[in-house]
Design a protein around this ligand. Structure first.
Ligand code: GDP
Ligand code: MG
Length: 177
């Protein structure tokens, strides 16, 4: 297009990790297409989705990778992490176990990904407050201890999803600039 409005200045690979059914695919659907589905099927065949946004007058293409049902321990391959500069590590605030597993995901991420990867801990499904099983304080404490960004989201209500990606992408942008 004239004027170069389709020029991409940066491509940032960001990976989604966390237990099955915590809402990774719906967080991505919300961010990439502003869609949500209550009966989401396991993603098959699609490796990543993209969305281009503007950060400090530069065009940044976020390439967001979603696991295709490889959430079993150590089933995510190193190719998934390769080249990733950001990660959203997701648990479900109504399922304590998904939060307990976060330390395992973090260990896996740190052993496979780049040392400078920007990591956001994400507690999803805040619309189900009456079923909450992980306090905000517990998660915040863990995030502080491990040096992670932290937000609670609802893919259903579109709460903080934009904010989570924006924060990670802006931090990556600041690191490379
Ligand atoms: P994944 O396995 O981590 O990719 O999880 P999915 O994105 O497939 O979501 C698993 C289930 O949780 C689906 O039924 C979604 O509709 C539901 N879900 C995802 N995000 C939310 C949310 O923010 N709130 C509620 N109430 N349900 C959600
Ligand atoms: Mg999924």
């Amino acid at each position: 297009m004239a004027g170069g409005s389709d020029k991409i200045d940066y491509v940032f690979k960001v990976v989604l990790i966390g237990d099955s059914a915590v809402g990774k695919s719906q967080i991505l659907a919300r961010f990439a297409r502003n869609e949500f589905s209550l009966d989401s099927k396991a993603t098959i065949g699609v490796e990543f989705q993209t969305r281009t946004l503007v950060i400090q007058h530069k065009s940044v293409k976020a390439q967001i990778w979603d696991t295709a049902g490889q959430e079993r321990y150590r089933a995510v391959t190193s190719a998934y992490y390769r080249g990733a500069v950001g990660a959203l590590m997701v648990y479900d605030i109504t399922r304590r176990q998904s939060f307990n597993h976060i330390s395992r995901w973090l260990e896996e991420l740190r052993s496979h990904a780049d040392r400078n990867i920007v990591i956001m801990l994400v507690g999803n499904k805040t619309d189900l407050e009456d079923q909450r099983a992980v306090t905000t304080e517990d998660a915040r404490e863990f995030a502080q201890k491990e040096n992670l960004f932290f937000l609670e989201t609802s893919a259903l209500e579109a709460t903080n999803v934009e904010n989570a990606f924006q924060t990670v992408l802006t931090e990556i942008f600041n690191i490379v600039n």
